[in-house]
Design a protein around this ligand. Sequence first.
Ligand SMILES: NC(=O)c1ccc[n+]([C@@H]2O[C@H](COP(=O)([O-])OP(=O)(O)OC[C@H]3O[C@@H](n4cnc5c(N)ncnc54)[C@H](O)[C@@H]3O)[C@@H](O)[C@H]2O)c1
Length: 423
Amino acid sequence: MTASLQGRVAVLGQGYVGLPLAVRAVEVGHTVVGFDPDKDRVDRLRRGQSFIDDITDADLAAALATGRYTPSENPADLADFTVAVVCVPTPLRDGAPDLRYIEDSARMLAPHVTAGSCVVLESTTYPGTTEEVFLPILEAGSGLLAGVDFHVGYSPERIDPGNPTWGLQNTPKIVSGIDEASGAVVSAFYDTVVDRTMAAPGTREAELAKLLENTFRHVNIALVNELAIYCHELGVDVWSVIDLAASKPFGFMKFTPGPGVGGHCLPIDPSYLSWQVRRALGRTFRFVEIANDVNDNMPAYVVSRVAEHLNRRRLAVNGSNVLLVGLSYKRNSGDARESPATAVARRLADLGARLQAVDPLIAPSAVPEPVQLVDCTPDKVAEADVVVVLADHDDVDWDLLEQQGDRVLDTRNRLANPAVDRL
Ligand SMILES: NC(=O)c1ccc[n+]([C@@H]2O[C@H](COP(=O)([O-])OP(=O)(O)OC[C@H]3O[C@@H](n4cnc5c(N)ncnc54)[C@H](O)[C@@H]3O)[C@@H](O)[C@H]2O)c1
C-alpha cells in the first residue's frame, strides 16, 4: 500500500461527480466516507441504491461490502481524514457564481483539518476560487496554515455521464496544488485512482482549463445550431454539411445541432468564465455571450419549427397532440437537469398543445408539468399530430418512429426516413 492509501478519504458531495470518485477510491483500496447533507440520498446509498447512470447498484453493493465505504450525512464523520475531496454543486444565482456550497463544505471540513492532511476542490469554478475563497475558510476554521501545515489543491472533474468509452479511471486527470508540496500530494492521491494525471502549474490554470473545455463545447454547439437555422432557410441539409466537413482528418471536430444545451455543465460553466472576466477586467467575453444567446434560443426555435410543421398540415399548436421523444438533456442519460426538452415542453404547453412524452430513462419526478409520460406504443404514436425527437436514447422503438415519416420533427438526425422533417 502506498503512503497515500493510508488513512481516510472524505468525499464531500455524493452526486454525479462525488459518488463515482468515492466508489473508485474504495475499489483501489482506500477507506472512504461519502459525505452528503442530503439524508434521503445517503439513506439510499446505505441501502445500495444508486441514483446515477454510471454507478450500478452492483457497483455500490461491492463498495459497501468491502466495509470501507461509509455514506454519511453527519459532519462528525469527516474527522480523521487524510485527503478530502469536495464535489459540491456550483450553480448560478441571478446569473452570478453561487459558491455557497463550496463555502459550506470548507466550513464543515475546517475543524477536521490536521497537520499533513490534504484538501482538494473538484467543483467547476472560476480561476482563483481555490486560493481566494476555499483556502481562507479552511485556514480560519482550522487555525492552521495552508502550504505550511496542510496541503490544498484543485483537480477538475471531467466525467461525462453515460460515456461508454471515457470514464473517471481512463480520462487523464488534471491535478494542481497551491505550491509544489501540495501539488505532489494531490498527484500522489489521484495516481492511486486514475490511470494518468497531468500536473498543472497552479490551481488557477487547472480551474480555467476546465472552463475552457466546457466553453469550447458550448461555443461549437452554438456554431452548428446557428448554422442549422440558416441551413433550413437556405434549403441546405446541415447534417450532410457537417458530415462532409468531418471527413477532413485534421483541423475539424464534429459537433451536432440539437434543441439546446443542458446538464450541469454547459448552461452554467461558461457563465462562470464570463462573470470573472467582467468582474476582474471589466470586459465582455463575447464568444460566451453569443453562445449563450444562440443555445438559449434553440428551444424557442424548435417550437417555431413544430408550429411550422403543424401549419403545413393546417393544424394549430393549440389543441394538437404532441409526442416528445426524450426528455433528458442527452442520449442514453436520465439526467434532466437544465434539459432543453423542459423549455420546449413549457412553451408548447403555453401555446395549448397536449403533451405526452416517451423517455425510458427519466425519473417520473423529473417530467415537467403538464407532460404525461407514456410508453412508445403504436397507439400512442398514432394519437400524435406530431412527434418531436429531442433526445435519441437507444432504448426507444425507432423502427416504429421511422414509419411515421412526415409526422416527425427530428432534432437529432436519428431517423433515416427521408420524409422526416429534420432540424
Ligand atoms: N455532472 C457532471 O457531469 C459534471 C462533470 C464535471 C464537473 N462537474 C462539476 O462537479 C460539481 C458537482 O456536480 P455534480 O453533478 O456531482 O452535482 P450533484 O448535484 O449531482 O451532486 C452534488 C451533491 O453535493 C451535495 N452537497 C450540497 N452541499 C454540500 C456540502 N456542503 N457538503 C457536501 N455535499 C454537499 C448535494 O446534496 C449533492 O448530492 C459541480 O461543480 C459541477 O459543475 C459536474
